[in-house]
Design a protein. Structure first.
Length: 337
């Protein structure tokens, strides 16, 4: 198989490339990535030098570059996106360009290249929010109710992907996935932000009352789920993929990290809430379990411990990431909150 991965220099994409080269000894991987602030080729040390891996710098909104790079690939796995909700609130335009227009450009290229599968990575955030104190969970047939620019653009992309299946017969699959965490996650997102701020002796900002709930999925479990979808998933189908958390609030997540690091809870700093902050996410992944045999490998606590240890060990990686553009973003996002 020759896989064309978009956004492979980001958090999940780079983990996926390491996973795929390790688990599929004969396959070739092309990584097509524009290297925005979130793209980092350091995530791919270890893959570089592998004859089955090739990096091409390019933008998914550039139709000619996409067509050239995709030629000869039989499978597309599409991760490339603008991904941070807070940034989408500060400036939505690039989210529409990359997440909506970029996806449509890729779909056209995939049709022209006659790929055997186009797998689109999406998020549970397209479903909107659930309320606290209920047992409700998102399923494949949950109506779309996105509430912020990031999730609205991901929702638009999902609709386009499905429309290319029904209209043009493109063999697509879609996964709507919970919040991921693990190595190489950009420290603008809650878990790596909390770990690295604590390692630097800085406060950890918690939005609002901290009683917001996410479903947490370890990135390797996600990569295995994508592998299962490529192997056993039916074209035209959607799969919801979640982890093993049961309503752990943001405040509890941060307290767990503080305990793992032996830090002090006085580092917690409640700050002004995010606008349109979704209260609770939970995923019912029983379809993926039933049809694909998907199961997360370990508990949230076990994976969280491994993640904290990775950031403790890879200080140089996140210290470099937290310089430059990051500082400017952090100031814009957190000052006066
Ligand atoms: P990320 O922000 O870490 O990485 C995104 C990557 O896409 C970067 O390497 C960036 O350079 C690249 N990119 C951005 N714009 C591009 C463009 N125009 N052309 C080419 N490349 C471009 O993202 P992530 O957290 O790894 O998320 C990957 C995918 O998974 C996204 O589609 C996201 O919506 C989805 N997802 C993420 C999570 C999560 O918790 N991180 C959860 C569910 C779904
Ligand atoms: P985030 O990692 O940005 O993912 P998403 O918004 O896509 O779910 O945020 C996870 C949760 O943590 C979310 O409820 C917002 C909250 N949060 C904070 O409380 N403080 C922060 O500094 C950040 C970045 C997020």
């Amino acid at each position: 198989m020759k896989i064309f991965v978009t956004g492979g220099a980001g958090f999940i994409g780079s983990n996926f490339i390491h996973y795929w080269l390790r688990e599929h000894a004969r396959d070739e991987v092309v990584n097509f990535d524009a290297l925005t602030y979130a793209g980092n080729l350091e995530n791919l040390r270890g893959a570089e030098g592998n004859k089955r891996y090739r990096f091409i710098k390019g933008d998914i909104t550039d139709a000619a570059a996409v067509a050239r790079a995709m030629a000869g690939s039989d499978t597309v796995v599409h991760f490339a996106a603008e991904t941070h909700v807070d940034r989408s609130i500060l400036g939505p335009t690039v989210f529409v360009q990359t997440n909506v227009v970029g996806t449509q450009v890729l779909l056209d290229a995939a049709l022209a290249a006659k790929v055997q599968r186009f797998h689109h990575i999406s998020t549970d955030e397209v479903f909107g929010q659930l309320m606290l104190g209920t047992n409700e969970a998102f399923r494949e047939d949950t109506p779309y109710r996105p509430r912020n620019p990031y999730s609205a653009t991901k929702a638009a992309a999902d609709h386009l992907v499905r429309a290319y299946h029904t209209t043009y017969g493109l063999p697509v699959t879609v996964s709507n996935t919970a919040n991921n965490f693990g190595p190489y996650m950009f420290p603008e997102k809650l878990i790596p932000l909390a770990i690295t701020n604590l390692l630097e002796g800085k406060p950890v900002p918690i939005y609002g009352d901290g009683k917001y709930v996410r479903d947490w999925l370890y990135v390797d479990d996600h990569c295995r789920a994508i592998d299962l979808i490529l192997e056993k998933g039916k074209t035209g189908e959607t799969y919801c993929i979640g982890g093993l958390t049961q309503d752990v609030s943001n405040l509890e997540v941060v307290k767990k990290i503080i305990a793992l690091l032996g830090a002090n809870e006085s580092a917690i700093q409640f700050v002004k809430d995010r606008p349109a902050h979704d209260r609770r996410y939970a995923i019912d992944w029983s379809k993926a379990e039933r049809e694909l045999g998907y199961q997360p490998a370990h508990s949230f606590d076990e994976w969280l411990g491994k993640t904290v240890a990775w950031y403790q060990k890879n200080t140089a990686w996140w210290q470099r990431v937290k310089s430059g553009e990051y500082r400017d973003y952090y100031r814009r996002q957190y000052e006066n909150r």
